[in-house]
Design a protein around this ligand. Structure first.
Ligand SMILES: Cc1cc2nc3c(=O)[nH]c(=O)nc-3n(C[C@H](O)[C@H](O)[C@H](O)COP(=O)(O)OP(=O)(O)OC[C@H]3O[C@@H](n4cnc5c(N)ncnc54)[C@H](O)[C@@H]3O)c2cc1C
Length: 465
């Protein structure tokens, strides 16, 4: 296609190559020919990350390349813009993008699909921003692994019993699937490592899991939730339910129950907040921008939002009588919403009415380390080995390509046979190792200034012409 032809076809810009964005772009590629639309995908990374398996990357069961599928393998003709979208001027139909080189760009669109996901939700707790580690990005998982292995190595050669105890104590805050799986998988890693590292013993390892709620993963239901908790208690996890963090300082975390935990490791997974990109774009429910069941942003023609960043009506739950229910932030919903968004972009282009998003939850699967797991596929409660088979089977089938399925299966087999090599590579030293440092939550300009930034970029461009 020549440049002049390309300029005439409608431009669809998708932000975010996660579960929602990738599903959307792949469907658009299938449904539209190159002469019907120019599809652009904005994401700072070159891969689509399978987040539910991040705890297994942190614990060394899987390698980074198994959970990060390169976009170049998944997409055929979508033009990728390597950068982050930092703001939208809805009136001017323009997206403000900062490329990975630091250059600013104003990207015009005819249709815009916003799927930048979510970021770790933090609170104004003294010391949290400086000391807590998140579990939302590949770098965070790899860096947490490095940190945990380093603590064990330092503990083995520690000069005092107090230092040994502190370095062998780990705290996870957040009893959802991210926190529970991270705690379970890293518990497995640390116990195994303590057996291998001279100077350590598995009995020295202490894991604490805290959550403000009074039960673990309420979505599992009472029976399965209690089973999951018992499996972890039997492995030595100290549960502090109804408890959160009061303050954090070097080598110490104070909990809201008044106790003090000497530790060098605080993993913070206490919930997610919508990406700052959707701030100010319309009405919101707990930070997620409100869209219709057809995923359209009310009042803005051709703009869609979906996945973790959007409050999408959960029609299945609403039909069961749950008033104003919105879809939970899960991969299951994000992936399916991506396909509906693509269909609705095509419908808008062809002047047809959009369709509503409807999906009945298929249940959930939780890896508790080694052969332990709990799962509730289609409402059937499973635990132990059958649950682990269901969990792994579900993840393999949900991976975006045959290559990633083979990689993940190969990694599971090699880890099962050869174990962990406890390699520490000290990744991610380019940014402060804080949640904001890894999730770039501190780079979004004030929404009120987006229009003037875009106007500045446009006038620079006009001057250059
Ligand atoms: C550890 C962990 C375990 C989980 N386990 C499960 C599970 O077992 N089952 C389940 O259903 N869900 C699980 N989830 C939740 C699930 O991963 C999310 O709900 C899902 O990823 C949301 O999809 P999304 O497409 O909205 O966002 P994401 O998948 O997070 O994708 C967002 C994409 O947008 C990009 N992006 C971000 N900001 C910008 C920007 N400004 N400009 C351009 N691009 C941007 C990111 O690089 C990323 O590629 C888990 C999450 C975590 C963290």
């Amino acid at each position: 296609m020549t440049q002049a032809q390309a300029a005439r076809v409608p431009r669809i810009v998708v932000v975010g190559a996660g579960f929602a964005g990738l599903a959307c772009v792949r469907r658009l590629e299938r449904r539209l020919g190159p002469r019907e639309a120019r599809i652009m995908l904005v994401d700072p990374t070159s891969h689509s990350l399978y987040l539910p398996l991040l705890p297994q990357v942190a614990s060394g069961v899987l390698g980074a390349t198994s959970v990060a599928t390169p976009l170049a393998r998944l997409l055929k003709r979508t033009v990728r813009v390597p950068g982050g979208a930092l703001g939208v001027d809805l009136a001017a139909r323009t997206l403000y993008v900062k490329k990975i080189t630091g250059e600013d760009e104003a990207l015009r669109y005819d249709y815009l699909v916003l799927s930048p996901g979510s970021v770790t939700r933090t609170f104004d707790i003294p010391g949290l921003a400086e000391h807590a580690r998140g579990m939302k990005t590949l770098k965070q998982a790899l860096s947490l692994r490095d940190h945990v292995i380093a603590q064990l190595e330092l503990a083995a050669s520690a000069g005092t019993a107090e230092e040994k105890r502190r370095r062998c104590s780990f705290l996870v805050v957040g009893g959802g699937y991210a926190g529970t799986e991270t705690c379970a998988c890293l518990l497995e890693l640390t116990k195994t490592a303590a057996r291998k590292i001279p100077g350590l013993h598995p009995d020295m390892i202490r894991w604490t899991l805290a959550d403000l709620a009074d039960k673990l993963m309420p979505e599992l239901g009472d029976e399965l939730g209690t089973k999951a908790q018992h499996m972890l208690i039997n492995r030595g996890v100290d549960f502090r339910l109804g408890t959160s963090v009061a303050s954090v300082s070097d080598g110490e975390v104070k909990l809201t129950d008044g106790s003090v935990l000497p530790t060098e490791t605080l993993v913070w997974t206490a919930g997610v907040a919508a990406s700052p990109l959707v701030r100010g774009l319309g009405e919101s429910v707990r930070g997620r921008v409100v869209v219709g069941a057809d995923l359209r942003l009310p009042a803005w023609e051709g703009v869609f939002a979906l996945g973790d960043c959007a409050a999408v009506p959960d029609l299945a739950k609403q039909r069961e009588g749950v008033e104003n229910a919105v879809c939970p932030p899960t991969a299951q919903h994000a992936m399916r919403q991506g396909k509906v968004a693509a269909d609705n972009v095509v419908a808008a282009m062809q002047g047809r009415p959009p369709r509503d998003y409807y999906h009945k939850d298929l249940g959930l699967v939780v890896d508790l380390g080694g052969p332990r797991a709990v799962a509730k596929p289609l409402g059937i409660p499973l635990s132990g080995v059958p649950a682990q088979i269901a969990t792994r089977g579900y993840h393999v089938m949900a991976m975006p390509s045959m290559r990633s399925r083979l990689r993940v299966t190969g990694n599971w087999i090699s880890h099962g046979v050869a174990g962990d090599d406890l390699l520490r590579v000290d990744l991610g030293v380019d940014r402060p190792r804080t949640i904001a440092g890894y999730e770039y939550t501190d780079i979004y300009p004030d929404p009120e200034h987006i229009a003037s930034i875009i106007e500045g970029l446009e006038s620079d461009r006009r001057e250059q012409l």
